[in-house]
Design a protein around this ligand. Sequence first.
Ligand code: PEP
Length: 250
Amino acid sequence: MRNYLIAGNWKMNKTPSEAAALAKEILPLVKDADYRVMVAPSFVCIPAVASVLKGSNVIVAAQNMAGTESGAFTGETSVLMLKDLGVEMVILGHSERRHIYGETNEQINEKVKLALSHGLSPVLCIGELLEEREAGKAESVCFEQLEKGLVGVSESDMDRVIIAYEPVWAIGTGKTATPEDADAIHAACRKKIASLYSSSVAEKVVIQYGGSMNPSNVKTLMAMENIDGGLIGGASLKADSFAELANFNK
Ligand code: PEP
């Protein structure tokens, strides 16, 4: 049984006081969740949210970070700053970073390695655009993002790496991949990881699904053999729907 992770990506939503209020509302609703629960507020909301969640079962994550530790990088946020705030995980290579801000596989790989070297767990996001899916390239796009995102990551570090498969056409659109289609890509990625590392790494690695996951589709998605959690945008912004997702098995 893999160590499932239900994660909320709050994106550029909520002010620090609103984010702290949401964290307070979520806390009692997910305290008995059977699986790992994580939230990723925006950088400026992290201190307020981390202080609410301190000592709880909810992991605090960041939505991105710089590829270098410190220096003259105006507007960037360092892994050292995140660690100092109690951040344990970081979402890297989200499709909005790739497609709005032009992040490359190479830049994402630098961040993955830097996060690992500082003890953070990276959530490496991969996923194809609609035109890539329609051209039959969903698998090859994901394989390339996986392979390039994991360059130089050791087999032992793979214990802390989480993969999030997020078909770009399903993010924020209300369109979800069918459980079977999602599972097929998850299974293919697991095979790819076996070829890059070993079958035991592939068997253990957590591969989340992301793309309009919500309380009405979570059970069927989570019933699939290769889906180990969710990276959730819209439905994570309301405490009751996020709690339903975190408690999907109850
Ligand atoms: C996401 O941003 O990672 C995401 C999956 O968003 P949504 O759940 O809103 O589709």
